[in-house]
Ligand binder design. Sequence first.
Ligand SMILES: NC(=O)c1ccc[n+]([C@@H]2O[C@H](COP(=O)([O-])OP(=O)(O)OC[C@H]3O[C@@H](n4cnc5c(N)ncnc54)[C@H](O)[C@@H]3O)[C@@H](O)[C@H]2O)c1
Ligand SMILES: [Fe+2]
Length: 406
Amino acid sequence: MIPFSIKVFFFKIWQFLLKISTPLLRFRTPELFSGPGSSLVLCEHIAKTGVTNLLIVTDAMLVKIGLLKPMQEKLTQLGVGYVVYDGVLPNPTIEQIETGLTMLKSKGCTAILAIGGGSSIDAAKVIAARAKNPHKVVHMAGLMRVFFKPLPLYAVPTTAGTGSEVTIAAVVSDPSTTRKFAIMDPCLVPLAAALDGALMTGLPAPITAATGMDALTHAVEAYISRNRTEMTDREALDATQLIMENLAEAVNNGGNVEARQNMALASFKAGVAFTTAGVGYVHAIAHNLGAYYHVPHGLANAIVLPRVLDFSKPDCTDRLARLAEVSGLKNGGESDEQLAAAFIAKVRTMNAAFGIPTQVEKLKESDIVAITDKALSEAHMFYAVPRYMDAPEFQGFLRQMLPTPA
Ligand SMILES: NC(=O)c1ccc[n+]([C@@H]2O[C@H](COP(=O)([O-])OP(=O)(O)OC[C@H]3O[C@@H](n4cnc5c(N)ncnc54)[C@H](O)[C@@H]3O)[C@@H](O)[C@H]2O)c1
Ligand SMILES: [Fe+2]
């Protein structure tokens, strides 16, 4: 049996190798259109590329509430033909992706426009990749497994949370193995995106809160990651400040377009930060809570975040203190220890104000060992967390989140 301290040594070497190879991957960011109405400017940009047959990938709810209409009218006006695939559901599955791919092929589409939350954008990324790659979706899991350049992809996020419009990742659920895995490849970054806060004014308050806490988790996990860079620090701090200044307003007064626009920008910046620095234990757990119990991604992150920060604090006190400063929590004279504690307390206060529970209602004792195995292999393979947990400690950590007996 290898002692855990030796394993941690090897995790750190592996994660350091990931860090030094990251610049070689040359991440792009999409060409960005920003501001209320920018989704229509993106349509003009798409029309200029000469595409005539677009696949719009979205979810049925957004079609139902008429969110796509102005973009559809604009595309028609510009002579761009399109078909709509609206079969994406939250935590998209391989099956939903394959159905979208079948539609793309049967209609002869040559480019994709994703309109929706992270689920629609991620599904669109994988449809674009599958259109040009013969290997199955499961065989693309992990880093750099998309061998041929995907179809041209454009994105309009309608939630402010995942940052998927700028990240190298697409997260896919495989119900046959109760697994949620990430496909990570720089070629998945959309060619262009529009941050149009006006499209988010109808997002219900609980989804606004949960997706906003997802963006906060990206910023925080990137900021405390050992694989951070000066650039990711800057973006993560900016994102945190924007979220602290705008999320509560976006939740309580959803029609405030300025708050929505600022949250869209925060989500984008947090995406830029984590696509290079990585995330951490919060996401490793949240992916499993999504795969096992369909807990919405942002909600799962929000529940787990303060507990992971409590655990990590001894090895990133100074970092949490800087996050507290940009969150407006410094009055002067506090130690880093006090500021770090204040930041974690602030996350708990936000959760409570947004009605986010402290326990995972559906978590079962009988799943804890399997979730630990999956979450630790994801985290220790990809995430440079500031402080490590071994399996027994992780199991104990998860048990703290079991539903409290009535
Ligand atoms: N690719 C990445 O880098 C990345 C990062 C984090 C999370 N994710 C993944 O993204 C998915 C979650 O995405 P999400 O949190 O954006 O939510 P989502 O896309 O699953 O959407 C959640 C719900 O919000 C509704 N909705 C979306 N926009 C709306 C609007 N403007 N008005 C009204 N309703 C609206 C949708 O219909 C849906 O019911 C998860 O699968 C998660 O794992 C991906
Ligand atoms: Fe996330």
